[in-house]
Design a protein around this ligand. Sequence first.
Ligand SMILES: Nc1nc2c(ncn2[C@@H]2O[C@H](COP(=O)(O)OP(=O)(O)OP(=O)(O)O)[C@@H](O)[C@H]2O)c(=O)[nH]1
Ligand SMILES: [Mg+2]
Length: 400
Amino acid sequence: MITIGLIGKTNVGKSTFFSAATLIDVPIANRPFVTIEPNKGVGYVKVLCAHNELGVKCRPRNSICIDKYRFIPVTLVDVAGLIPGAHEGKGLGNRFLDELRRADVLLHVIDASGSTDEEGKPVPAGSYDPEVEIVSIQGEFDTWFTDIVKKDWDKFAKTVDLTGKDVVDSLLSKLSGLSINRKNIIEALRKADLMNEKLTSWSNDKIQRFALTLRNVSKPIVIVANKADKEEAKKIIERLKTKYQYVIPASAQAELALRKADKAGLIRYIPGESSFDINGQLSEQQLNALNYIKQSVLDVYGSTGVQEALNIATFNAGNNIVVYPVEDEKKYTDRNGNVLPDALIMPRGSKAIDVAYAIHTDLGEGFLYAIDVKRKIKIGADYEVNDGSIIKIVSTKASK
Ligand SMILES: Nc1nc2c(ncn2[C@@H]2O[C@H](COP(=O)(O)OP(=O)(O)OP(=O)(O)O)[C@@H](O)[C@H]2O)c(=O)[nH]1
Ligand SMILES: [Mg+2]
């Protein structure tokens, strides 16, 4: 399962986002440093389910299907808030970032309404420019990451150069546990223009450049412009969109309210949609709250942004695709007759052999060939699978 980490200044709505995405109750309050212990839970990314184009009714096992959509689980991690200077121990410091070592992509939640100052204290909306915190909080994260890369560098570089070990392999094992793969290391070496330089000759600046590039490729960041329900957020979001690649206007509070109302049976709401249906009698207060969400969020931005942020993080920034493995290529089932049972999130560029290993090591080890079910062709280990592919693996070893 891929892991999405939430980072951000304190009191911007990280835990509200976490709770909205996972429906796990966690402490939320309008003051700094409410979260101390990390929260870990399961959220879902949403794709159009393959059952639509096949005209079948699916029976999912590892995921959930609602109407047209397949919801595929991802791990979400919410940690304590950062403030500038956290790496020097300010606020709660940044030691808790260790909880994000395994993150594959980060959501940087900001208070786009500018209603919390540098230290997360409430201030009038629009009176603080959150662009400042984009730079400073990402800087805190980068410092933490760079320190890990730099740790024991001299000794590491000498050993690698002396023994003539493969640089990529050595970096990979030095940084194991940071959810970094071989491709990430090669891309970072290339982008930082350090491909053919001996490690012992890297200056401090070069190590720094490598670390920052590696952070960028291995843990890309999507900005969640939260508290977008407040009027003051509009202008700020427009400006940020012109400067950063991924800026998703969001109201975690609105999503949390809609998901809770749906769970309570008051409304019918599918995460990520632009509207909801009211089920039955609601109090005037409930209707007013829903109306506020409709007018200040859904009608303005088209959704609450929470689902979109998870999707953009996983598929765009994280560069992943969805693959459906099946055992019966005619009926699209597993051996128990479940139609389109699993939806796997795989890195874009994955090959048939990678799909086999992702299902089960045995399938990978005994790989003979595979079938691209939609295209009805036999494929080899090196065949690159597409987004939405349905794949049957034929192996000398059966998966358990
Ligand atoms: N208006 C508005 N308020 C929000 C939104 N999301 C969160 N809040 C409020 O912002 C405050 C902080 O929310 P939290 O989720 O506790 O923030 P956090 O980033 O986890 O904060 P710490 O754990 O204390 O660092 C709470 O009062 C939330 O109700 C939103 O989308 N809109
Ligand atoms: Mg929190």
